[in-house]
Design a protein around this ligand. Sequence first.
Ligand code: ZN
Length: 195
Amino acid sequence: MNAHVSQGGWPVLVLNADFRPLSYYPLSLWSWQDAIKAVFLDRVNIVEHYDRAVHSPSFEIQLPSVVSLKSFVRPTTHPAFTRFNVFLRDRFVCQYCGLDGSLSFSAWLSLSEDHLLPKGHPRRNEPAFRVTACQFCNVSDNHYFAHASKRGLAFDNLSPEQLVAQRKPFVEAVRAKYHEFWQAKVASSGLQSRK
Ligand SMILES: [Zn+2]
């Protein structure tokens, strides 16, 4: 197929046969290539399309933007507590620095799910101990658990709120160091004036 659109763009929202999203982000988004394959295999109906077509010598097809499955996929009766549910519960706000992921698309993209308990802890995967964190605050936790074990900080018998509060000063100290670096190397380099 001689496509005149980029590989990465033109995402397609996939609806179940009952027209509800198949699952929450990112599983209900397909690439346009996968969506067109599914159209040819007769597995989906096109609900809406982009104002854009792809061509081959023998056919032209408009890029779908929304498709619905022809056969209904039964949702699990006990859906896993997904990352999206974690974000939703926390209202898309980083629990450490307060970054609000609902304010812009790039802020939303920077959200991640953060574990309050170290690897190997029996309660690590419980929803209550998974919180929304921006990527910066989440990355600093790789070092946090090492730091915490050196200092003998406890994880047992603390509420999720207490665990967040216990970690906050560490995240803030890491942020301050990065800020210093940014001021010294980036802000003073004149990069900004070149915008
Ligand atoms: Zn943050």
